[in-house]
Write a protein that binds this ligand. Structure first.
Ligand SMILES: *Cc1c(COP(=O)(O)O)cnc(C)c1O
Length: 389
């Protein structure tokens, strides 16, 4: 059986390096923050082309903390795409704001920039474009829409580590970027992990505060900012550790030291792995030829990271069953569009509100995509797709 993703094969190839850094952290006795986290934060910031990268517990927390760091809360509206992993919208709701869903483009599957403007109200505080499946959203148009409106842009690049748009890396184009190191992502760790990227020093300090319970000097910074106090307002910690003084409500959400060490090893390979994904995609574009199957469209300005390779098919269940009978596993990302998730029923969306997101939910299917796929396996996938009738 050819699986959709395979983490084990990737880890096996670099097993010695992984084993040694994991043991090093284990025996160091230092597990929370520390050198391995700050080193990986520096490396990842440099990789993305941003000033700051802050490691957090997972990609969902990255979104929640980024929203909080921008001061978004109850009564605010945040626009996002109708098709994404649930966490994108969940994060908006969990800070008390209201998610406002915009439909996707039928060719790229990404948020349709043309439909954003009509959803903007006096309460709109941010837009979260999702670089879905590994392709960056239309950032120039989104930036233009937000310009002079005091609407922040938060990139959800959990599926697009290493992707780029007009030469800029995913995670470097908005006010804030959020990504996930969930094991199957383009850059994955051996557990949960996430990162926030930004060039904005105030956001950086707020995020540093929020990941450690709103405490310490960064907590004090955020408190001063929230209460519009002068920056030189002094606070006396006495003889105590600043970390025991809490100024705002935050979280316990830090990138684990062991995961950071693993990620430092893996980051060196990310470009090579993404390149291999692109080669596999090229084989799929050249080899797949079945009038019942459409292939994804990639904008010229984009370097896709091919987190997954999505196809559009009629009669998806039948297609999946057929491929399975040929020894090829498939997946669905995702079967329910965000606006129709039960958890959002109080928002009163109904079927038909976002026709493209709904179409994607019933017709997108992903085929095997990971850098270690063998050429013979790629050919087997192509033959199976072409044999479907
Ligand atoms: C994976 C993912 C997330 C959430 O990441 P976790 O680390 O699992 O919390 C958020 N958004 C998108 C688009 C994702 O694919």
């Amino acid at each position: 059986m050819i699986s959709v993703m395979n983490v084990q094969k990737q880890n096996n190839r670099i097993a010695e390096d992984l084993d040694s850094v994991v043991l090093e952290v284990l025996h160091s006795g230092k597990y929370i923050l520390g050198d391995s986290v700050s080193r990986f934060e520096r490396e990842f910031a440099e990789y993305c082309g941003v000033k700051y990268a802050i490691g957090v517990g997972n990609g969902t927390d990255a979104l929640v903390i980024a929203l909080k760091a921008l001061g978004i809360s109850e009564g605010d509206e945040v626009i996002t795409a109708g098709m994404s992993f649930f966490a994108t919208a969940e994060a908006i709701a969990s800070v008390g704001a209201t998610p406002v869903f915009v439909d996707c483009r039928k060719d790229t599957f990404l948020i349709d920039a043309e439909l954003i403007e009509e959803k903007i109200t006096s309460r709109t505080r941010a837009i979260i474009p999702v670089h879905l499946y590994g392709q960056c959203a239309d950032m120039d148009r989104i930036k233009n829409i937000c310009k002079n409106k005091n609407i922040k842009i938060i990139e959800d690049f959990a599926q697009a580590a290493g992707a780029s748009y007009k030469g800029q890396r995913a995670g470097s184009m908005g006010d804030v970027g959020c990504t996930s190191f969930f094991p199957t992502k383009n850059l994955g760790c051996a557990g949960d992990g996430g990162m926030i990227t930004t060039n904005d020093e105030a956001v950086y300090k707020n995020v540093l505060a929020l990941r450690v319970h709103g405490s310490g000097n960064n907590g004090l910074f955020m408190y001063r900012m929230n209460n519009k106090l002068p920056e030189d307002t002094v606070f006396d910690f006495g003889n105590y550790l600043p970390k025991y003084f809490n100024f705002v409500l935050g979280y316990n959400s830090r990138l684990d030291a062991m995961q950071a060490a693993i990620l430092s090893v893996k980051l060196k390979y990310l470009d090579e792995w993404n390149k291999r994904r692109t080669e596999i995609a090229k084989c799929y574009y050249e080899g797949i030829n079945n009038r019942k199957v459409s292939l994804p469209y990639v904008e010229e300005e984009n370097v896709h990271s091919y987190y997954v390779f999505p196809l559009i098919v009629e009669d998806r269940d039948k297609f999946r069953e057929f491929l399975l009978s040929q020894g090829v596993e498939t997946g669905v990302y995702f079967p329910v569009p965000l606006h129709l998730q039960k958890a959002f029923e109080s928002l009163n969306y109904k079927e038909g509100d976002l026709p493209v997101a709904e179409f994607m939910a019933s017709n997108v299917v992903v085929i095997p995509m990971y850098p270690e796929l063998e050429q013979s396996e790629i050919e087997k996938v192509i033959s199976a797709v072409n044999a479907y009738s």
